[in-house]
Design a protein around this ligand. Structure first.
Ligand code: WT7
Length: 661
């Protein structure tokens, strides 16, 4: 058992109870009481939340079932996610509330109320049902950030069709891989997206992907321009589909563990794995974290400035806010387009009260200076959030002081695609504990995070270790699609019986958690998750490449960026043109965000005697100018010198720590 953090914090930096928050909860003691409740009766705790927060078509028999690690929450229950997000608001005043303020990059705007959203969802669901799609199918969604994206997700949920949203920055190959893995019969896409003033050719990419997918039967295409292209075989126009009024269908009651969606995410090895989320546990986790962390009330406007293509958008643009009947901003485009004022204009125009974004976005805003924040009315803001990567304390302070004008608490929320929702975060609506810049503070009630040494014992305060989660939680993944073995080995075998996060963390003397980045072969580039194996796999498809090692190098803006070290086949010539071609190829095969920042050429890579590439050594040389740690298993010392020479040719341009060495 972890030592209980002090309930009374010794020093105050920022006290949340001084802030204008009072709403649903009384401050004092509420948080401590919740944690205590969860500690003494985990099932009673989550069961109560599930009963109170969700509408059930059939009540559950058991809170926690399944066979570890295949835990199943709320066994025996039946419900529907679209009913919970939309239908149950229909008979209330929420029907007239705004669900989304949508804004396009060119300034176009749409306002979608809960009633509108529900109507669109029902019509799309009815049309899909009429065409024979149902809960035994799977679908893919490849759409930009338009209201039709949540409409598609909820219409599929309405029918119980598990879906995967593929971020619109992904390549045809990535889309095809996902559709084939799922045997998707249906794809919903758009003619184009808009980003940085340019059209993103989604349909062309979707067609290239569809050509590789045998199972795909129907592609539904949303028009976006005045001159849409002629549709091809198996494609259907979204508007026409809805214009033909199909007989209405009822939402399908689904077992608690029915898969709601899958998200493909990078791991240590191989291709991205399909992380499966169920219905009841996931929604319960979101309902709880929405209330504890964001606590939206009738005047709040939330702007989670992530893309719905990643889990943050699924949970805190779509399912979480809709469960609560909250109002969100949905913005399609780059945050700094056409100019740096864009973010501030949106905050001002919609009177955004809660902003949730990534440290990368904040670093880029900070670079633009403080004036823009001062020249816009950001007075509606009351809560600021950060997600996706560690936030530098100096960026945190800037966020607090400049964007929040010193009045808004910051919730630094730690979680993962696998966890479904927020796991570690300040809960200002409940807790008056002080915040600490750079720390996600404490686990939410009902979640038990520990920091372990390699040997499985708990690290004392101040010692870095591996973060694990010791008890099941409702938002947890159900497993990996079609791969129970990989599910066990990835998450449950590092330390038997506990969930392994893949993150380094340290707990301080006050019990606060500080997450320090990935401990495995996973990179966080601008908050996006990329596996070194995935980038290496893409490089190896080039005929000139014999071997490749990819590692994470710190970057002032993006947190970290991938750098590739490549060994060419004999006969191939290293050149800047080839380096550019290889980087381009990774962008094309995975998506632009995965493009290596630099490609270095060497004659050989550091390997162990058994032939494994020593990425740790490569990274040490590139980032710090020296090898770190134990080299006793290294096969050939000269290989290290080669990496050093290649990196030296770029020194200064790569990592700041090298330039000053
Ligand atoms: C990884 C998960 C959180 C949903 C979006 C990303 C890193 C996430 C934090 C934070 C430090 C963080 C971790 C984690 N991470 N939030 N507040 N502080 N690191 O989900 O793409 O599955 O990535 O993001 O390394 O393991 P994801």
């Amino acid at each position: 058992m972890a030592p209980a953090p002090p309930e009374e914090a010794p020093e105050e930096l920022l006290r949340a109870d001084r802030l204008p928050f009072e709403r649903r909860y009384s401050w004092s003691g509420r948080f401590a009481r919740l944690r205590q409740e969860a500690r003494s009766d985990l099932e009673g705790f989550w069961g109560g939340i599930a009963r109170r927060e969700l509408r059930w078509e059939r009540p559950f028999d058991r809170v926690l079932g399944g066979t570890p690690p295949e835990y199943r929450w709320f066994e025996g229950g039946e419900l529907n996610a679209a009913v919970n997000c939309l239908e149950r608001h229909h008979s209330t005043a929420t029907a007239h509330r705004v669900a989304y303020y949508w804004e396009g990059e060119d300034g176009s705007r749409r306002t979608v109320s809960y009633a509108d959203l529900y109507e669109r969802v029902r019509r799309l669901a009815s049309a899909l049902a009429e065409r024979g799609f149902g809960r035994s199918d799977r679908a893919a969604i490849y759409l930009p950030m338009v209201p039709e994206l949540p409409v598609a997700m909820l219409a599929l949920a309405y029918l119980g069709i598990p879906f995967t949203v593929v971020f619109s920055g992904f390549s045809a190959e990535a889309l095809a891989h996902r559709m084939n893995d799922l045997d998707a019969r249906l794809l919903l896409t758009a003619e184009v997206g808009f980003r940085r003033g340019k059209e993103v050719p989604l349909l062309a990419t979707a067609r290239a992907a569809a050509a590789q997918c045998e199972h795909l039967e129907q592609v539904i295409v949303l028009r976006r321009t005045a001159n849409p292209p002629a549709l091809q075989e198996r494609e259907l126009d979204w508007g026409e589909l809805l214009a033909h009024r199909s007989p209405p269908v009822e939402p399908v009651p689904l077992p608690s563990a029915h898969p709601l969606f899958l998200l493909y995410s990078s791991g240590t090895t191989g291709t991205p794995k399909g992380i499966v989320h169920g219905t009841a546990g996931y929604l319960t986790h979101l309902a709880a974290t929405m209330r504890w962390v964001f606590d939206p009330g009738p005047v709040d406007v939330l702007w989670c400035a992530a893309d719905v293509g990643w889990v943050t958008g699924h949970s805190y643009i779509v399912f979480g806010p809709l469960l609560c009947g909250a109002t969100s901003v949905l913005y399609e485009g780059a945050l700094d387009y056409p100019g740096p004022a864009r973010v501030y204009e949106i905050l001002e125009r919609y009177r955004v009260s809660e902003l949730y974004t990534s440290p990368t976005a904040l670093r880029s805003l900070r670079r633009q200076g403080d004036e823009l924040a001062g020249s816009h009315d950001l007075g509606a803001l009351r809560l600021l959030g950060s997600v996706g990567e560690p936030i530098n304390p100096s960026v945190w302070e800037w966020y607090f002081r400049v964007i929040g004008a010193g009045r808004c608490p910051i919730v630094d929320t730690w979680w993962q695609t696998e966890t479904g929702g927020i796991m570690v975060s300040p809960v200002p609506a409940l807790d008056s504990r002080p915040l600490k810049p750079g720390s996600a503070t404490l686990a939410i009630p009902g979640v038990d995070v520990a920091v372990l040494r390699d040997n499985g014992t708990e690290c004392p305060a101040g010692e870095r270790g591996l973060a694990v989660i010791r008890q099941p939680w409702p938002g947890m993944l159900l497993g990996l699609w079609n791969d129970p073995e990989r599910y066990r080995s990835t998450y449950w075998s590092r330390f038997p019986g506990v969930y392994y996060t893949g993150d380094y963390a340290v707990r301080d003397a006050d019990g606060y958690l500080w997450f320090l980045g990935r401990a495995d072969e996973v990179l966080k580039v601008a908050g996006h998750r990329i596996g070194t194996a995935e980038v290496e796999g893409a490089l190896l498809q080039h005929p000139a490449v014999a071997e490749a090692a990819v590692c994470a190098v710190p970057d002032d803006l993006k947190g970290e960026v991938p750098v590739a070290v490549v060994v060419l086949r004999s006969g191939a010539l290293a050149s800047p043109t080839l380096a550019e071609e290889l980087a381009e190829m990774v962008g094309g095969r995975i998506g632009k965000f995965a493009r290596p920042h630099r490609v270095l050429f060497v004659g050989r890579l550091p390997r162990t005697r058994s032939g494994k590439i020593m990425r740790r050594v490569v990274r040490g040389v590139i980032v710090h100018g020296k090898e770190l740690g134990d080299l006793s298993t290294l096969e050939e010392e000269a290989s290290v010198e080669e990496v050093r020479a290649a990196a030296d040719s770029l020194a200064g341009d790569l990592a700041p720590s090298r330039a000053t060495r």
